[in-house]
Design a protein around this ligand. Structure first.
Ligand SMILES: [Zn+2]
Length: 288
């Protein structure tokens, strides 16, 4: 067999670099603000060093001979014939939905898949929940799940029947966590979307808009934010399957390193990755 063409390895090097830059977009924004914000989100030293190392790795890859020679080759190729060069950035892909061009099938499909939602697409084909259906949904949810509790957080003890927009839901898993979900809808689309989530320890008494004093729950809030960011249209029912997967948060093994706590920082597996073959969320450490 003939060795792989140089151009294939060049495309591979650039695709990998592109993907690692895309992943870096999910790093907590506060990480980049720490120098200018007076009260930045406190990041634990292990997660801070982890993100910082990953950024250094990207810079190292960028300067590597493989990437630099691939970029030079691309530039020369463009100078020689700059026609029909498509921008394969995801916004373009979404708008145009073009089939991959025969000249560059590999990077196109990889980028397309990596930029999509982290949520399963086939799991539930339920129509998104509407505001008027929320009370009944909560009733059913609590009936079906004895170890979880979902309710509307009012802030006061007065009983109001109307669901506000946005509404704040309080979700608890006994002895594991409390999470506040901000859900809202628009006049054009009455489907309830999850805007943000903040996680706390089960016995913390804090307001939904504050943050936990424990780093593991702050990391969890960041992870949940990253998941929403991957699919801002995610409906409440689908999001609840993700939240329920944290029931075994402190006992589940990471699907990569098989440890409960990661080696660096001794943090539980707060990341979740959808496994299509098992049809369930798999726990993973942020550092794995
Ligand atoms: Zn792990």
């Amino acid at each position: 067999m003939s060795p792989p063409l140089a151009v294939e390895s060049q495309v591979q090097a650039l695709t990998e670099l592109y993907n690692s830059i895309q992943n870096a977009r999910h790093y907590p924004r506060d990480l980049l603000k720490t120098a200018i914000v007076p009260n930045p989100l406190p990041l634990t030293p292990p997660s801070l060093s982890l993100y910082s190392q990953q950024l250094k790795d990207i810079a190292f890859t960028f300067r590597s001979d493989a990437v630099q020679s691939a970029l030079r080759a691309a530039q020369e190729s463009e100078r020689a014939d700059g026609q029909n060069i498509m921008n394969h950035v995801r916004r373009e892909n979404r708008k145009r939905r073009r089939p991959p061009s025969p000249e560059s099938p590999q990077p196109y499909t990889v980028i397309e898949r990596q930029s999509s939602s982290f949520f399963p697409v086939t799991r539930d084909d339920l129509t998104p929940l509407k505001s008027s259906e929320l009370i009944e949904y909560i009733r059913q949810f609590n009936k079906e799940h004895s170890s979880y509790k979902l309710g509307i957080w009012q802030g006061t003890r007065s009983f109001v029947k109307d669901v506000k927009n946005p509404a704040i839901l309080r979700f608890t898993i006994k002895d594991v966590l409390t999470a506040y979900l901000t859900v809202s809808y628009t006049v054009n689309d009455l489907a309830l979307l999850v805007e943000s989530v903040t996680a706390f320890g089960p016995r913390e008494r804090r307001l939904p808009h504050s943050q936990s004093e424990y780093s593991v729950y702050r990391m969890l809030s960041q992870e949940l934010g990253r998941m929403i960011h991957s699919d801002p249209q995610v409906g409440l029912q689908k999001f609840m399957t993700l939240l329920c997967s944290y029931e075994n948060m402190f006992t589940a093994r990471c699907d990569k390193c098989q440890r409960v706590l990661c080696v660096e920082g001794h943090v539980a597996a707060v990341e979740r990755v959808w496994n299509e073959s098992n049809d369930q969320w798999e726990p993973r450490h942020v550092s794995c």
